[in-house]
Design a binder for this molecule. Structure first.
Ligand code: THG
Length: 368
């Protein structure tokens, strides 16, 4: 593969941690919410095995926060998501689809309720802030929509609990999954949630003070030595095996949340008000004709730059959207939008890449 460099500029925003990770062996960046997001260090497979056994610190500042405050903030947040937030509690995170007026996917953030009238939407890669501003001005809502300078550090992996306890004390281990609270480190307060884009366990530190954040960053690597800490980033193998969906890769604005398997985050029954509700009620009545599923393919490597058709003879099984070689399954695994006739397990298909045909099977998510 030919290598290229990324031309840096102010528009392609760096993070408070960019210098550090570049000195710690970063080899690749991607772009996320107009910001640099680390995409590789040691090699994908090495990083995968390390993540599953030890602990990693990820610069995921690209997961930007849309902050919505004001009298109508709850109304605005609910208008953008089909997840019912009427019983939501301060101090909790909610994974929620953001949809448009046609009931199509825009983003899949973690929504955090900081106060009765203060929310953060921790974004995947799309401009939800502009969507929020458009709705707010169109409806004359009393809200302030901003992107605060919050730069998340994720601490992920089985040893993340020991590492964080050593730095922040016993209280951090009492945090429940998708709960958040403030914790003290050397006189600074840190907003920390128990969450993260891996299924290996861990925390996300929503750093609000850059200087204090860098001190904590250095402490994580100093104290982390005994836990074999390494810098890392969201891992393609781990996240596909775990069935964690990637906005813009596995789904986009052409898909509805039912097709993405987000059924448990859709409310078409209660009297809550959100854009696209009519459309989703219609979809729930008619049923969907395709959905995201797992696939396994007899290949030892793959690189997906656009969705790839999966064929069964002359008929179309669906489209492959993400894929990677899995050392666990010893074949390529992926996430694909599969047509209804092929939902029954173990449907075989062919995939053609560069004129070469391979065989694969449709399976459930998460992969087992
Ligand atoms: N953390 C934070 N912000 C984020 C992400 C994150 N923004 C972008 C992206 N990731 C948003 N997408 C996801 C996708 C899945 C999950 C979180 C964010 C996730 N899913 C769990 C699951 O599917 O099992 C739990 C879902 C639940 O219990 O409701 O955690 O990672 N800050």
């Amino acid at each position: 593969m030919k290598k290229f460099y990324i031309a840096k500029s102010r528009r392609l925003r760096g993070t408070p941690y960019s210098k550090r990770i570049e000195n710690q062996g970063l080899t690749a960046y991607t772009v996320y919410n107009h910001m640099l997001l680390p995409a590789g260090f040691d090699g994908l497979e090495k990083e995968y095995f390390h993540l599953k056994e030890h602990v990693q610190v990820w610069d995921v500042a690209g997961e930007r926060q849309v902050q919505i405050v004001g009298k109508d903030s709850t109304k605005l947040v609910q208008l953008m998501t089909c997840r019912n937030l009427s019983k939501s509690k301060v101090g909790r995170c909610y994974y929620a689809p953001i949809i448009d007026e046609q009931g199509k996917m825009i983003n899949d953030p973690i929504i955090l309720k900081l106060d009765e009238n203060k929310w953060w939407l921790s974004l995947a890669d799309s401009d939800v802030g502009l969507y929020a501003k458009g709705i707010a001005s169109g409806l004359n809502l009393k809200v302030d929509v901003t992107e605060p300078d919050v730069n998340i550090l994720a601490v992920q992996g089985p040893k993340s609990f020991k590492l964080m306890e050593k730095i922040l004390g016993k209280k951090i281990t009492e945090l429940k999954f998708y709960g958040f609270s403030y914790f003290d480190f050397k006189g600074s307060k840190f907003f920390i949630a128990r969450s993260g884009w891996s299924k290996q366990g861990g925390y996300e530190i929503y750093v609000e003070n850059r200087e204090a954040g860098l001190k904590l960053y250095d402490e994580l690597f100093l104290v982390g030595k005994e836990f074999n800490v390494k810098p890392g980033c969201p891992n393609l193998i781990e996240r596909i095996e775990s069935g964690l969906l990637s906005c813009g890769n596995d789904f986009d604005n052409g898909d509805n949340p039912y097709e993405c398997g987000f059924d448990k985050y859709i409310d078409v029954e209660s009297d809550i008000n959100y854009l696209g509700k009519k459309a989703l009620i219609q979809v729930s009545k008619e049923g969907i004709k395709r959905k995201l599923m797992g696939v396994k393919i007899d290949l030892d490597k793959i690189e997906i730059m656009e969705e790839k058709p999966l064929q069964n003879g002359k008929s179309l099984v669906g489209y492959l959207r993400s894929a990677v070689y899995s050392p666990h399954f010893k074949k390529v695994v992926g996430i694909a939008m599969i047509n209804k006739e092929y939902w029954n397990k173990k449907t075989s298909f062919e995939l053609e890449i560069n004129g070469k045909k391979s065989k694969g099977l449709v399976c459930d998510l998460p992969l087992v």
